[in-house]
Design a protein around this ligand. Structure first.
Ligand code: 5GP
Ligand code: ZN
Length: 113
């Protein structure tokens, strides 16, 4: 999607601090971290939110879920981490391209309000 921030980051058109990439997903540090470690996993396919998933996305979502532990281990989060998916305006989803937050090394007061 041409005007989507996370599509542009996934394509490399907008720079990011990447921690992982493969043919289906990219993972990069959040620009405004809400914990000492805060990264986002983003599918390269433009999907607006969980609300737009179809059964065609089953393999992609499975791939993301199975990669989370590997990325967390790579980031040194052996002590644990939160995985957050915000969906829609009431959840304060600000970027309308599906993304999985991974937050670690504590500070569990997010999100505010
Ligand atoms: P949401 O509130 O939609 O679940 O989360 C969007 C996240 O994207 C926020 O945590 C925000 O800090 C992050 N974000 C917004 N713009 C950028 C950007 O240009 N680069 C990076 N790396 N993160 C961004
Ligand atoms: Zn997009």
């Amino acid at each position: 999607m041409s005007d989507c921030l996370f599509c542009k980051i996934a394509e490399g058109a907008i720079p990011s601090n990447k921690v992982y990439e493969d043919e289906q997903i990219v993972c990069f540090h959040d620009i405004e971290p809400q914990a000492p470690v805060h990264v986002l996993i983003v599918p390269k396919k433009h999907i607006k939110s969980l609300d737009e998933l179809t059964s065609d996305d089953a393999e992609l979502i499975s791939h993301i879920m199975l990669k989370i532990k590997d990325i967390a281990a790579e980031l040194g989060l052996e002590g644990g981490y939160r995985t957050v998916i915000n969906t829609g305006d009431d959840a304060f989803q600000t970027v309308k391209h599906l993304h999985f937050h991974i937050l670690g090394k504590r500070k569990l007061t997010w999100p505010p309000g």
